[in-house]
Design a protein around this ligand. Structure first.
Ligand code: PLP
Length: 400
């Protein structure tokens, strides 16, 4: 008999985590790899944030906290939402989790009944469909291709909604495409949602600080405040403050939904680390200059990346308005033959060819629900970006 529950068979290990692990393995074998698979900032956590954790440790702040998070951190998040997003939330409408992913997990586990549908626009962040499936929901994938800027249109949303739809997951700025929804686009989606009062919205805004002018970040609630009562904002400290390892995320939504999520957290993780919560207070309420500095660095890296990719034959980039990824169209390489006589039939083949021939690692678009693409992260050093693009040029030139 098999040792695992059926639910484990419904999900895959995270493909981006796996791709990154493969890079680590190859480097351990002595291979020189340019790693474009990384889904996290390469910067250190700003010093004043780390200092706050050290101070909390020295002050003996080493105990359980309330499951919703410390009152100070919940207030800091409410203040942050007012300052950065112009949104009005009270402390009891905020829940702190051990990362944005656990907030998503707990929100879905707390609200999905078997068979409930969740609309997930593709390309999607790899975890959405699996978190839905894990909680016995049905991911309803809606392909949003390059012709609509990889964004969900009102028409596609209207077609995807059924009586069973529980949630729409919106991710702006998007991982993996960097697409950022405009006010007009959000407005059009809001109109459809108003006609469907049974559909809630999970608005994942974890990349909000990294947007490239003239794009700007907007939450659905900014353009449709009337949808606030059925929207859960998911965000956190991981990307904006270079704090992925600290594991702090938050949800902001109606207080009854928040209470349900907190009830579940009280029986799973209990609370996020007390020290990380103290650090997150400093992140959300302290000096915001480091965030702007990191955003400026990504702006420059994005420029280098787009410039470098221009001379790579057979690929075309969609200039991202946000986040730190380029979702590269590799359709022009499909059907070509490598110097060793292998035909490239899929984005998986392209990823493998680049890795083996020139030591460049990316993640296949297959993982994000739209092929043939490769996601390249520019959360790596400027020199590596340039060298990586040079190698991609070399690999693509060698194809027949
Ligand atoms: N949402 C998106 C779109 C992400 O890309 C990620 C991380 O990769 C997360 C949420 C989760 O972030 P965290 O590390 O806070 O769990």
């Amino acid at each position: 008999s098999q040792p695992f529950a059926d639910r484990l068979a419904r999900i895959q290990p995270s493909p981006s985590v796996e791709a990154n692990a493969r890079v680590t393995e190859l480097r351990a074998q002595g291979r020189d790899i340019i790693n474009f698979t990384i889904g996290e900032p390469d910067f250190d956590t700003p010093a004043h944030i780390a200092e706050a954790a050290i101070a909390a440790l020295k002050a003996g702040d080493t105990h359980y906290t309330p499951s919703a998070g410390t009152p100070t951190l919940r207030q800091a998040v409410a203040d942050k939402l007012a300052r950065d997003n112009g949104l009005d939330y009270t402390r009891d409408e905020i829940v702190i989790g051990a990362g944005g992913k656990p907030i998503l997990y707990h929100a879905l586990a707390a609200t999905l009944n078997p068979g409930d549908e969740v609309i997930v626009p593709a390309p999607y962040w790899v975890s959405y469909p699996d978190l839905v499936a894990l909680n016995e929901g049905v991911p309803r994938i809606v392909i949003c291709d390059a012709t609509c800027g990889f964004k969900l249109t009102a028409k596609a949303l209207a077609c995807a909604i059924t009586r069973k739809t529980r949630w729409l997951v919106l991710n702006t700025p998007s991982n993996p495409t960097g697409a950022v929804y405009t006010a007009a686009e959000l407005d059009a989606l809001a109109a459809v949602l108003r006609e469907n009062p049974h559909v809630g919205v999970i608005s994942d805004e974890i990349y909000e600080h990294f947007v490239y002018a003239p794009a700007c970040h907007l939450s659905l609630i900014n353009v449709a405040p009337d949808l606030k009562a059925r929207t859960l904002i998911v965000n956190g400290a991981s990307k904006g403050y270079a704090m992925t390892g600290w594991r702090i995320g938050f949800g902001a939504g109606p207080s009854d939904l928040v209470r349900g999520i907190v009830k579940l957290i009280s029986q799973t993780t209990t609370c996020p680390s007390s020290l990380s919560q103290a650090a997150a207070v400093a992140a959300f309420s302290g000096d915001q200059a480091p965030v702007r500095e990191m955003a400026a660095r990504y702006t420059e890296r994005r420029r280098l990346m787009l410039e470098g990719l221009q001379s790579v034959i057979g690929v075309s980039s969609f200039a991202p308005d946000g986040a730190f990824y380029v979702y590269l169209d590799v359709g022009g390489l499909i059907g070509r033959e490598t110097p060793t006589g292998q035909r490239l039939r899929s984005d998986d083949d392209v990823v493998l060819y680049w890795l083996e021939s020139v030591g460049v690692a990316g993640v296949s678009g297959k993982a994000y629900g739209l092929s043939p693409y490769v996601r390249l992260s520019f959360a790596i050093g400027e020199a590596a970006i340039q060298e990586g693009c040079r190698r991609l040029g070399e690999a693509c030139r060698a194809l027949r």
